[in-house]
Design a protein around this ligand. Sequence first.
Ligand SMILES: C[S@@+](CC[C@H](N)C(=O)[O-])C[C@H]1O[C@@H](n2cnc3c(N)ncnc32)[C@H](O)[C@@H]1O
Length: 195
Amino acid sequence: MKAGLDENYWNNRYINNDFGWDVGEVSTPLKEYIDQLANHELRILIPGAGNAYEAEYLSNKGFKNVFVCDLAQEPLSNLKKRCPAIADSQLIHGNFFDLEQSFDLVLEQTFFCAINPTLRKSYFEKMHRILKPGGKLVGVMFDAPMNTDTPPFGGSAQEYETYFAGLFTKHTYEACHNSIKPRAGREIFVNLRRI
Ligand SMILES: C[S@@+](CC[C@H](N)C(=O)[O-])C[C@H]1O[C@@H](n2cnc3c(N)ncnc32)[C@H](O)[C@@H]1O
């Protein structure tokens, strides 16, 4: 690999305060998407959630069925302290690729770029398995060359399309207009509907 993108690797990055990807609050693209969701009953998953400000934001807005999944325990414990209203059963300490539950909506932010690029097709296949028919995968993905040996791994919108063809249709798949400043011009906003 890319070896060692495992639980220890990620947990140590949190313990050592080495988490430059963490924006400290719900990011603008995710916030603006969440703000137009009306159905508070949706089962929502945030995989590779880290400190999961989106989960906190959703919970504070009255969404009850918000699940986060992360290999690292440290950020899950941080979230629990900030947001005790989220039930322990909704804080999934484990591997996204092992999830067996199903969801209406998955929110993506800097998880896809953190996994080994060899797993990208599997990522979309797994999303297809855990989303209900008509369910959505929504969020931001980098559309820029980045690291090749360590996260964040870059890529292109064109490349990603080859992985989800036949599994998802595109509702929105375009340059992100409301990225946070350091990511401006390097992200696409994706809203993909599970076939
Ligand atoms: C770059 S961080 C992003 C965290 C968060 N989404 C954010 O934007 O702050 C990637 C996260 O994915 C988690 N992760 C990596 N591989 C994972 C996997 N296979 N299953 C679940 N979580 C994983 C890491 O522990 C880390 O918290």
